[in-house]
Design a protein around this ligand. Structure first.
Ligand code: GLU
Ligand code: ZN
Length: 496
């Protein structure tokens, strides 16, 4: 109760729709969501799609789907609207053009006629002379004649922000007090020569217009903060906003293998991989919450609602977080075991449909089998994806059923014929088709009768019937499969 809650927290998640959603991005979304929910504030979802060459509709849709799948509901944004819309920057170009014009009129920005070649040439000269490279202020104070001469050459100017000659200090919500010297931040481009506004302009303009109070984002964006602080002052000066500059908080880097930053190209970075492999959204969200934050000593299992309840931005660590796929998978397994058997079965339905194992909707027989097999595998799986190969044998027509060739090579080789034949005749003869009767029959025939060790005895039966060496418990599996299907598969293995 000692914590003070700012009046009306407004945070934003504002990805660019380029490529596929990745875990770094989702961690940012999650921390913003939790912060908003903790403070009873507003979570704004904004699409930063002003780079027409790189943005795609497909990627936009993937972002929307990602937040939905994760259960990170947004209060304002695409598809839900809100008082500060539109929330796709490609629909706000007039706003940016207007602000750009006002910045230029107020002297906060100026036309820069330098060509890329000229900039590169001067940059090299600066480096050679041992000076810091970066824009040198060349066009800061062009005379009307100079401007007319450039225009006559047909040059179209970029709009460049005039950085004030001051140092920047801010109290970062994660990293504490930070300081950047004036000479480290050269004047920067807001609008390209072709009229395209850049991130440098549109991001703070929208933060201002959307009345964002806190900017929580990845550490990779730290270097843009001094520019945004300066731009914010200018936006206030020209009357675009009368709000205070948001508080910034930079979330720690996420490190992958080999002590380097997790890259968008790493497979474990892609949200699509988790969906395809049947991770639960609860599991992934829980794991991502641990990348820079903790709910308390020794506690690693919690829901996003619990995260929101306890989330305190000042307890986010500035130290790099290590991404550990094994741990992520283990936490997913904890979530699977936390769900009831009925719930796991319900989650498996769409997953198995995606794998082509269940019809849409499932038949009554498929529902029954699924309901009975889940208790057998509930503690043996960390993802829904791990269940699929283990239980596929139940949902595959006998005609389409195949045995994993590698597993067949290991246990269905020489000598297995005798085992399978003995198993078949005992199973054909048992009086009732139940797990205890199946067990008694197989033990009698293979262990007592043939004198085999259990592993040698049951391995061939398991592979012949379930197709794999890893299956749910054998006797229960056979009971579920039924006598006819079991015998048919033993026959097929004997014939093969
Ligand atoms: N569109 C920017 C990005 O995806 C947003 C950065 C920010 O949060 O300021 O990197
Ligand atoms: Zn210039």
């Amino acid at each position: 109760m000692t914590e003070t809650t700012p009046a009306a927290v407004r945070v934003r998640f504002c990805p660019s729709p380029t490529g596929n959603p990745h875990v770094g991005m989702i961690r940012t979304a999650l921390f913003n969501w939790a912060f908003a929910r903790h403070h009873g504030g507003t979570f704004v979802f904004r699409i930063e799609d002003t780079d027409s060459a790189r943005d795609s509709e497909e990627s936009y849709q993937a972002l929307v789907d990602a937040l939905r799948w994760l259960g990170l509901d947004w209060d304002e944004g695409p598809e839900v609207g809100g008082p500060f819309g539109p929330y796709r920057q490609s629909e706000r170009l007039e706003i940016y053009a207007d602000v750009a014009r006002r910045l230029a009129e107020g002297g906060y920005a100026y036309p820069c006629y330098c060509t890329p070649d000229e900039l590169a040439g001067r940059r090299e000269a600066a480096l050679a002379a041992g000076r810091t490279p970066g824009y040198d202020g060349h066009c800061r104070d062009l005379s009307a004649d100079q401007i007319a001469a450039f225009a006559a050459e047909g040059r179209t100017p970029a709009l460049r922000f005039r950085m004030p000659d001051t140092d920047f200090t801010w109290d970062d919500a994660v990293r504490g007090p930070l300081h950047v010297g004036a000479d480290h931040v050269p004047d920067f481009v807001l609008v390209r020569g072709n009229g395209e506004p850049l991130y440098t302009l549109v991001n703070p303009v929208d933060d201002a217009l959307m009345q964002i109070t806190h900017v929580l984002r990845g550490e990779d964006l730290l270097s843009s903060t001094p520019r945004q602080l300066a731009l914010y002052d200018a936006l206030r000066a020209i009357g675009v906003t009368d709000r205070p500059t948001p508080q910034f908080g930079h979330l720690p880097y996420v490190m992958g293998e080999g002590n380097r930053k997790l890259s968008k190209r790493d497979p474990e970075s892609s949200l699509g991989m988790y969906v395809a492999q049947g991770y639960l959204p609860e599991g992934l969200v829980n794991y991502l919450a641990l990348l820079g934050w903790s709910i308390g000593e020794d506690r690693e299992f919690f829901s996003k609602e619990e995260m929101a309840e306890h989330f305190d931005i000042s307890r986010v660590t500035p130290n790099p977080a290590r991404f550990d796929l094994k741990k992520c998978t283990a936490i997913d397994g904890d979530w699977i075991r936390h769900l009831s058997e009925a719930e796991v079965a319900a989650r498996l339905v769409p997953y198995l449909q995606g794998e082509g194992l269940l019809s849409e909707p499932p038949t009554a027989e498929q529902e029954r089998l699924l309901g009975e097999v889940v208790p057998l595998i509930h503690t043996r799986m960390d993802t829904l994806g791990q269940a699929a190969p283990m239980i596929a044998f139940l949902f595959t027509d006998d005609a389409a059923f195949t045995v994993d060739p590698a597993d067949a090579a290991k246990v269905l080789g020489e000598g297995s014929g005798e085992v399978l034949a003995a198993a078949r005749s005992s199973l054909a003869a048992i009086p009732e088709w139940s797990t205890p009767a199946i067990e008694a029959g197989l033990r009698g025939a293979l262990i007592d009768g043939l004198g085999l060790k259990p592993k040698v005895a049951f391995g061939p039966v398991r592979v012949a019937v379930s197709g794999r060496r890893v299956s749910p418990p054998l006797f229960e599996s056979l009971e579920l499969l039924g006598r006819d299907r079991t015998l048919a598969r033993l026959d097929a293995a004997l014939a093969g």
